[in-house]
Ligand binder design. Structure first.
Ligand code: FES
Length: 562
């Protein structure tokens, strides 16, 4: 089943983490009710019990907790090195410390199954603020650590999503405000209970004998907590021991060489992933998702025979297929590939790749060929404008021109892809089929004309002559992908159709018109043959003439394409 192929250990861990985080959200909201009053938070707790103590929900919750915990331990075993960014290390350390803090909290939770006694807020406040005051700090630490661990995990999960920049400020507000309100709610509620505790009537009504742990019961709970803490410490020690044994085995199993494109060779134990080898040797390597097999930015191309590589896991194969390189066995994910013999490779993304760059890039299959309409829009006589004005003035007008063009392109469904001086390359068809792309391009021409007319009216007193422009439009199969060096990587289109559009724009000067649209685009857009004058032009670099429509005034295109 194809959808299931994409489910790996990380996906299960995220799902379990989300279930746990939803518990935290509810629990924190309930604590925050203490800012209203102790009675309100106590009433809210009944709803909390009603939902989370439902047998089905309880089973799901505890299963998620156990699976999440075990997969966390597995990750600790799996990692070959810890040279990761600070947030990841923080998340790991906090995650490992949560069980210790939960163990101290275990006494409260076990009172229901062991002594048939549910601890409400009143009993918890008496226990943590009056009987054992140090416990409140343990509770605060548990809340803070669990919340921070969950928020970092959520951040890693969400930051690759396109909608993340839009929702991030709201999420940040919730991430900061909710725990603050929860802690304040607890303090407020506890203050009320401490005051009430001073009145014998309240104590008689709420803390009847048997409703709190007797010294014998407390001793049982303390023993359980102690054994649980020791057992968890033992599990951690076992994992560290298993890591040491594996390390010895790997050293014994042989060392392999990885050769980087700059000729550098690193030697690592067999079984180390390529990304781990890069990080361990401080070689910058793109890995936006931190090696979680999600982003595919760690992609490498193997130089030589890829048949010597181990088969990709189902998750790796899924990710490679998703980005359109599943059929090429020489492309692999560095975070998943654990070569068993010497290899040479080169990374496909610059190491400076960030989540932001990844989000901004249009998600296409790498090196995919697809039909796009390319449009070049050039501002006329900007050089002579520059000669007569201060550089600042010239830049101002060029920026206004570019903004007017880009705005029109986007309104028509295209994307202003590149800005070269006073020229703009716009692409249509990134999110639609060829026919719509062609119609969108024609629509954009009219809109550009309207925007530039407005600009000319606005600056009529400042310009010695109106701003003029030339537009060339052509459509065809092009290769789309990221081009650039280091952090200057842009998503763009390359191919004959782009070059032809640029040359048509050049030809508008020679033919004394504002727009030249290739016959190809007109035909697909359904433009009638008498709507604009058809002719053939010779385009530099092409042996056969190209059929085009010559449009003297761009403004008229909206009329002919309507
Ligand atoms: S680092 Fe993200 S997929 Fe490898």
């Amino acid at each position: 089943m194809r959808p299931l192929r994409g489910i790996g250990v990380r996906q299960v861990r995220i799902t379990c983490g989300l279930i746990l985080f939803s518990y935290l959200l509810w629990h924190f909201t309930n604590h925050a009710l203490g800012n209203i009053s102790f009675e309100v938070m106590e009433a809210g707790l009944q709803y909390h019990f009603m939902f989370w103590r439902n047998p089905v929900v309880e089973t799901v919750f505890y299963t998620a907790a156990i699976v999440h915990w075990m997969l966390g331990l597995w990750a600790l075993y799996e990692r070959r090195q810890f040279r990761y960014p600070l947030p990841e290390i923080t998340q790991l350390v906090l995650g490992l410390s949560i069980p210790f803090l939960i163990v101290v909290h275990l006494g409260s939770r076990l009172q229901a199954p062991l002594f048939d006694r549910d601890l409400d807020y009143a009993h918890s406040f008496v226990a943590y603020w009056i009987s054992r005051p140090y416990m409140r700090w343990v509770q605060f630490a548990l809340l803070t650590v669990a919340w921070t661990h969950g928020c970092i995990g959520l951040y890693f999960w969400l930051r690759l999503k396109r909608s993340f920049p839009a929702v991030a400020p709201y999420l940040l507000a919730v991430a900061v405000l909710l725990p603050t309100l929860a802690l304040l709610g607890l303090i407020q509620g506890a203050r009320e209970v401490v005051a009430l505790y001073a009145t014998p009537e309240w104590r008689d009504a709420n803390l009847s004998p048997g409703s709190t742990a007797s010294p014998a019961e407390r001793a049982v709970l303390d023993t359980i907590e102690l054994y649980a803490a020791v057992a968890y410490a033992g599990v951690l020690a076992l994992i560290l021991g298993a890591r040491a044994v594996r390390l010895l085995g790997e050293r014994h199993g042989g060392i392999i060489s990885l050769k980087y494109p700059d000729g550098r060779v690193v030697r690592v134990p067999r079984g180390t992933s390529v990304l781990e080898a890069s990080l361990r040797n401080r070689i910058p390597h793109a890995s936006v998702c931190g090696g979680r097999a999600r982003c595919s930015t760690c992609r490498i191309r193997i130089v030589g025979d890829p048949r010597v590589l181990p088969e990709p896991s189902s998750r790796e194969a899924f990710v490679l297929e998703r980005v359109g390189v599943g059929a090429d066995p020489s492309i692999r994910l560095a975070c998943q590939l654990r070569p068993q013999s010497d290899i040479a490779f080169y990374p496909l993304f610059p190491p400076q790749m960030t989540a932001d760059m990844l989000r901004r890039s249009v998600r296409f299959r790498a090196d995919e060929e697809r039909y796009l309409v390319s449009m070049f829009i050039d501002m006329r006589r900007s050089t002579s404008m520059a000669e007569k004005r201060l550089p600042f003035d010239t830049m101002f007008f060029i920026n206004r021109f570019v903004a007017a063009v880009a705005g029109a392109v986007e309104e028509a469904g295209g994307k202003a892809n590149q800005f070269v001086g006073d020229g703009v390359l716009a692409l249509f068809g990134l999110a639609c089929g060829p026919e719509l792309a062609c119609r969108g391009a024609l629509d954009a021409i009219g809109r550009i004309a309207v925007n530039i007319d407005r600009l000319n009216t606005e600056f009529a007193h400042d310009l010695t002559e109106p701003i003029r422009f030339g537009i060339g439009v052509h459509g065809g199969e092009v290769v789309v992908g990221d081009v650039g060096y280091k952090e200057h990587v842009v998503f763009t289109a390359l191919g004959d159709a782009v070059n032809v559009a640029a040359r048509l724009q050049d030809l508008t000067k020679e033919l004394g018109c504002e727009v030249l649209i290739s016959e190809e685009v007109c035909r697909r857009a359904g433009l009638t043959s008498d709507a604009a004058s058809a002719q053939e032009v010779t385009v530099r670099g092409r042996s056969v003439p190209l059929g085009v429509r010559r449009v003297e005034r761009a403004r008229s295109v909206s009329a002919v394409s309507a």
